[in-house]
Ligand binder design. Sequence first.
Ligand code: HEC
Length: 135
Amino acid sequence: MYVNKIGDLLKCPATLLMLLLHGCGGGIESGEQGFQRCNACHSMKPGLNFTGPSLAGILNRKAGTITGFNYSRAVKTSGIVWTVENLDAWITNPQLFIPGTKMEFEGIPDQTVRDELIVILKSKTALPLVNNEPP
Ligand code: HEC
């Protein structure tokens, strides 16, 4: 059922234009744009779940633990903690990282775009860090 949504997103010329512009932008700004690939389904506000769960405090939080969100069994039982490394692998290809997830997202193959997006996620959603912070 989420597939339609993605189809709609891809059909939208503005979205396509935005994706094309990714390649030209630099620094944090393209990371902000990168989050627009997520905010159709995710908010960064605590307790605000859309199609996907709120990403507030996602850094170093255990996967599948937002109360009131109906996760897939795959994510709920994954035992994963959302470190930078795991987030990076997840947004590269969610289905590959946690087979059976219901996050219908095609993934971001470009390392630079992912890095910038993770900087944004870190700055806006961080909880106190554990040892997994990169230098
Ligand atoms: C089409 C909607 C959609 C899009 C686009 C999307 N997500 Fe998701 N996301 C979901 C759904 C649904 C889940 C719950 C997955 C499950 O339970 O299997 C989820 C789960 C997650 C989780 C795990 C949350 C938790 O509490 O464990 C993270 C992290 C996440 N998404 C990050 C992102 C990021 C970053 C992007 C953008 C690059 C993104 N998502 C794009 C729908 C989406």
